[in-house]
Design a protein around this ligand. Structure first.
Ligand SMILES: Cc1cc2nc3c(=O)[nH]c(=O)nc-3n(C[C@H](O)[C@H](O)[C@H](O)COP(=O)(O)OP(=O)(O)OC[C@H]3O[C@@H](n4cnc5c(N)ncnc54)[C@H](O)[C@@H]3O)c2cc1C
Length: 374
């Protein structure tokens, strides 16, 4: 399409929230500019860490696999059917994103322009429209949907480099995170732990609450590893951990260890005996909110007590920020009046709320013009 006219919406971020917003917008027949983000920003996004989605109805290999197996068996292709039956078809964020981009290019190419790079700057003009700028070009748009995401704080443990130097790094945990042995979200993967021992990593009241939730849901062996922090000291928590058999270890973690690559089996400490767990739930809070563009136009941020780069952007029930016409969907946005969840379904729901609001205003403006002429 590539046009110099004003887009109905510019969508910044090609993860779950951005793709959901772009799809809704083209399906509303709106003109859209989508900045998917660069390879570097993708690597720093939560999207890339999702190994297998199974907390949403419909997102399950069985939905298609069973149909394929039926077709293959009916056609007498038993060898192919056996091959398919033996495979596990993970569905992850990268698959969803690739599929959505493909569908939009194929079916709505006349409505959408896709820039495979980061948006560098955002400006709001006096008439309320926006200028969004990529590496080389600027575009104007009536509204903006920001879906640039966040990154979780990671545990750091000692790591030895090739020269024998030891430094603290989060790199040793990546293989476990990539294989869902270290998990980041109780609603996404908490159910995987139901038959196994699990360690919640963090010293905050939220981490403590997660230990109680896990035990109350699954009755499994739960540890709280505060990784050097003081554990929450309320009387109620002490009584509950005693009743539930939750063990609290405050000593810093020195090693995550697995039988095979990424398959967690044990956590070690400098002095404390090692513990055997199959899962670690990382609950260290937010490391970074990619809110730079929102800050450029003065959008209000949540949680004054934390540094600006860790603050989510305040949104209302439509996903709109304090800057009219700037919407934030996915993990980067947060409502003041209730907890905004950080899952795929929430990103998708707010994407629809935001884009349908933009569409509503667009249609209202058109009606007003038409009625003024009569
Ligand atoms: C390990 C892990 C497992 C998870 N598993 C599940 C699960 O099973 N089920 C579930 O419901 N949820 C899961 N989640 C949560 C889910 O992945 C997130 O809620 C979701 O990805 C958030 O979508 P988002 O659009 O806000 O951000 P992301 O999906 O992280 O996307 C952000 C995008 O913005 C782009 N970007 C950043 N800056 C710019 C810029 N300046 N210009 C243009 N683009 C930019 C990046 O390249 C990236 O593509 C999991 C999260 C983690 C960490």
């Amino acid at each position: 399409m590539k046009t110099d006219r004003t887009y109905d919406a510019a969508i910044i971020g090609g993860g779950i929230g951005g793709c959901a917003a772009a799809l809704r917008a083209v399906q509303n027949n709106m003109t859209v500019l989508l900045f998917t983000g660069s390879k570097e920003s993708r690597k720093r996004s939560r999207s890339q860490w999702v190994y297998n989605i199974d907390n949403m109805i419909g997102f399950h290999e069985g939905v298609i696999k069973d149909q394929v197996l039926n077709d293959l068996r009916r056609g007498g292709h038993d060898a192919a059917a056996d091959l398919v039956a033996g495979e596990h078809y993970h569905i992850n964020n990268r698959d969803i994103i690739a599929n959505t981009l493909h569908r939009m290019r194929a079916d709505y190419g006349h409505l959408i322009d896709i820039e495979e790079e980061d948006c560098q700057s955002l400006q709001r003009r006096e008439d309320g429209s926006f200028i969004v700028t990529g590496k080389e070009r600027s575009f104007t748009t009536v509204a903006v949907v920001l879906a640039t995401g966040i990154m979780d704080e990671q545990p750091v443990v000692p790591m030895e480099d090739r020269g024998g130097e030891i430094s603290m790094s989060s790199r040793p945990i990546y293989p476990f995170a990539n294989r869902e042995s270290l998990i980041y979200c109780i609603r996404c993967e908490g159910h995987l732990t139901r038959d196994d021992a699990v360690a919640v990593i963090g010293g905050s009241p939220t981490a403590a609450e997660l230990t109680l939730m896990l035990f109350e849901r699954y009755g499994n062996q739960v540890y709280l590893l505060t990784h050097g922090a003081e554990p929450p000291g309320t009387d109620d928590y002490r009584k509950l951990t005693k009743a539930y058999g939750i063990r609290i270890i405050t000593e810093p973690i020195t090693e995550f260890s697995g039988r095979q690559v990424g398959d967690l089996c044990c956590v070690r400490f400098a002095e404390h005996e090692e513990i055997f767990v199959k899962f670690g739930l990382v609950a260290l809070g937010i490391h970074r909110v990619y809110n730079d563009l929102a800050r450029q136009v003065g959008a209000q941020l949540h949680a004054e007590e934390v540094p600006p780069e860790r603050r989510q952007i305040v949104i209302n029930h439509k996903g709109e920020s304090s800057v009219p016409g700037l919407f934030v969907v996915g993990d980067a946005g947060r409502r003041r009046d209730e907890i905004t969840m950080k899952q795929i379904y929430t990103a998708q729901e707010y994407a629809v709320r935001a884009v349908d609001t933009i569409d509503y205003r667009r249609r209202k403006a058109r009606r007003r013009l038409l009625l003024a002429d009569r």
